[in-house]
Write a protein that binds this ligand. Structure first.
Ligand code: S6P
Ligand code: ZN
Length: 191
């Protein structure tokens, strides 16, 4: 079976600790601070004050060693810290997969949401431990922490899907997730 012999990683055992939100062995880790989120919050002044001030870590992504290559199935755990900027809950940048392919998220800890936008329609899935959120091909996706503790989820996605962050900067995400008296509400993106 020579055509199957040249894969970059061998079969492997990956220890998945849902409580600690870790994968072992560990691959690349990404840390996103407030300064990395330019152009995403509606209140630009509040964003700049936060980025030029404490510049907190908003979220981090730990991965297994499975590479982002065609036909592979990488996994990662994202942890979003609790907080708001200009009344908007902390969130991931959000992206499209330019090579349109589906993805699954599994809630691990905390209270979050999966916001999806296909350019016209918005969908929202309440995420909690044990909930799977399915992202169909062609839907941009962003995760939001709507609670007061870290929100973590596991993502499994096709390694050849790619990540287009410019699409969200250009088209938005349909709605924003705003803190209110009784939790959160979705408002129009152009608020
Ligand atoms: C990858 C998957 C997640 C996100 C992560 C961070 O396809 O959707 O691992 O990369 O949640 O979000 P973002 O929008 O900054 O990549
Ligand atoms: Zn994705």
């Amino acid at each position: 079976m020579p055509e199957f012999a040249a894969q970059p990683v061998p079969p492997m055992r990956i220890a998945f600790d849902a409580a600690a939100a870790t994968l072992s062995p560990e691959g690349p880790t990404l840390t996103r601070r407030m300064s990395d989120l330019e152009g995403l919050f509606a209140d630009h002044d509040a964003w700049r004050d936060a980025a030029e001030g404490e510049n907190p870590v908003v979220y981090s992504v730990v991965s297994s060693p499975v590479p982002e290559e065609d036909r592979e199935l990488p996994q990662s755990i994202t942890t979003i810290q609790p907080g708001t900027t200009g009344g908007e809950f902390w969130m991931t940048k959000g992206h499209q997969h330019p090579n349109h392919q589906g993805e699954i998220y599994l809630g691990l800890h905390g209270a979050g949401g999966l916001l999806m936008f296909d350019g016209e329609r918005t969908e929202w899935i309440d995420m909690a431990p044990g909930v799977i959120g399915y992202i169909p091909p062609g839907w941009a996706h962003r995760s939001v922490n709507v609670g007061d503790e870290p929100y973590s989820f596991l993502a499994v996605y096709p390694g050849g899907a790619g990540h287009d962050y410019g699409w969200v900067l250009e088209h938005g995400m349909g709605h924003r997730v705003i803190a209110g008296d009784s939790g959160f509400s979705l408002t129009d993106y152009t608020r």
